[in-house]
Design a protein around this ligand. Structure first.
Ligand SMILES: NC(=[NH2+])NCCC[C@H](N)C(=O)O
Length: 360
């Protein structure tokens, strides 16, 4: 046993995406820059971003738009605090600084999307081996928080440090057919956002940032209590599963109709196909598709934060029996995520359990 009291055990405690939320990290875009270009980013990015990242990698995000996004992040944090949820934020970071290894050099990206780099499984925060070089030190802005949780009794587990040398990015992706993957199995890599938590079960997608080696590392690192299920999805641009399938409550799964492949794990679940995103084609989207509309955050199994302008989704979720909390977030969309991506739920009430079909 760990020698921790019940209270210490509870400092970090999060098993699902829907248990009542008590403490959450909300990201910050302050000091953010465009990623330093790497070929392996191509398969996941909106078309124009290839040119933009090549030209502007390492330079600040557009000031006015990023300031508006930061205001939205602050507003979102305020909404959560008003509801009695503890909100913590990363330390300031200058992502324009370059870093490297004997093999390569890169500038950073931003502290906007903690979901991508950290995952809480039960009582433990897992630091992932991110596969974009520019994201190698992103976790540093969150390190003070992680150390503080650890000192108060939380668990802390870091994956092996990847080298991220060229061999890793020698995947079998074929641009003509959009098949295969940008990363090889040279060493374990994964982004936390390719996983989704369902109590004692987690699902994960193979993607252009997550390889089989990484999935197997996570499977063994989590130990025998947790089961990791790799699920096939229909997404040639796969990077992060939280605009593909998002569980909102036990037995209720919101899915992307273009990407979700029916899966026996969800045999007894109600499935809601997300309506088409409301975002128009002219809105700048440097990292993601407009399907960020479905990247919602559950405050409990009845209450969901949804982008204020996503009226079709607001209506569909209300019809499905949920209470929606509308929050402005479109400027944040531009920089790589919505409410689920921009958060890390450190503490939710609940102790795990079995929710998926055929796993017990
Ligand atoms: N955790 C995240 N940053 N998720 C964003 C996923 C977005 C997804 N790749 C899309 O473009 O639709």
């Amino acid at each position: 046993m760990s020698g921790r009291s019940e209270e210490e055990f509870y400092v970090v405690n999060s098993y699902t995406e829907w248990d009542p939320l008590e403490e959450v990290v909300v990201g910050s875009l302050a000091g953010g820059v465009f990623p330093t270009w790497q070929e392996s980013m191509g398969p996941t990015l909106p078309h124009d971003s290839v040119r933009i990242f090549k030209e502007r990698g390492g330079t600040p995000l557009p000031a006015e738009h990023a300031a508006a996004a930061e205001e939205e992040l602050d507003g979102f944090a305020a909404v959560l605090r008003e509801r009695g949820i503890t909100v913590v934020r990363p330390e300031p970071a200058d992502h324009a600084r370059t870093f490297g290894t004997p093999q390569w050099q890169s500038a950073g990206n931003s502290s906007g999307m903690p979901r991508d780099l950290l995952i809480v499984v039960g009582d433990t925060i897992v630091e992932t081996p991110m596969s974009w070089r520019c994201r190698k030190h992103e976790v540093d802005a969150f390190r003070g928080l992680i150390k503080s949780y650890f000192r108060r009794g939380g668990g802390w587990l870091a994956a092996p440090q990847p080298e991220l040398k060229d061999t890793l990015f020698d995947g079998d992706f074929d641009a003509a057919t959009e098949t295969g993957w940008a990363v090889s199995d040279f060493e374990p890599v994964f982004d936390a956002a390719d996983f989704m938590r369902f109590g004692d079960d987690l699902i994960v997608q193979r993607s252009h940032v997550t390889n089989e080696f990484g999935i197997e590392w996570m499977r063994r690192a989590l130990g025998s209590r947790f089961r990791v299920h790799e699920v096939p999805v229909n997404d040639p641009h796969a990077m992060h599963i939280d605009a593909t399938m998002v569980p909102l409550a036990p037995g209720k799964l919101l899915v992307n109709p273009d990407r979700y492949i029916p899966n026996p794990l969800f045999r007894d679940w109600e499935i809601l196909e997300a309506p088409k995103p409301a975002l128009g084609p002219d809105w700048p989207m440097y990292f993601c598709s407009p399907w960020l509309s479905m990247n919602v955050l559950s405050l409990d199994e009845k209450t969901i934060v949804v982008e204020r302008q996503e009226q079709p989704l607001l209506d569909a979720l209300t019809d499905w029996g949920f209470t929606c909390v509308p929050v402005d977030f479109r400027h944040v969309y531009s920089f790589g995520g919505s409410f689920h991506c921009a958060t890390l739920d450190v503490r939710r009430r609940g102790r795990g359990g079995t929710y998926l079909n055929g796993t017990a």
